[in-house]
Design a protein around this ligand. Structure first.
Ligand code: ISJ
Length: 94
């Protein structure tokens, strides 16, 4: 059975999911570069002060955009945990 309305919604969701994957790929490309820079400079993988500033900024943006700020913080912490693993691996491989 075809449902044109649902198909239309899903077509938009597909485009948004594709955009999110591309944005994440770009974010991880730049954080990989940061990981190499930090390893070279002897800087720690994690920067909790930077993370706290970003969380405050993203929570405020989420509120303005009508997105749950708690969710925005969870999303950010999930991504950053992966970034820090990458940075630790880069530093260990040196
Ligand atoms: C990318 C960095 O490294 C880590 C990852 C962050 C991020 O993914 O936003 C932020 C701070 C650091 O804990 C950075 O220091 O800028």
């Amino acid at each position: 059975m075809s449902d044109e309305q649902l198909d239309g919604y899903r077509s938009s969701i597909d485009n948004i999911d594709a955009a999110l994957i591309h944005l994440l790929a770009e974010r991880f490309k730049i954080t990989q570069a940061v990981g190499h820079y930090k390893a070279e400079a002897g800087l720690p993988a994690a920067d909790p002060e930077r993370e706290a500033r970003q969380i405050a900024r993203l929570r405020s943006l989420a509120e303005d955009a009508g997105l749950d700020p708690v969710f925005s913080e969870k999303y950010f912490r999930f991504i950053v945990a992966e970034v820090i693993h990458h940075h630790q691996r880069i530093a260990e491989q040196r």
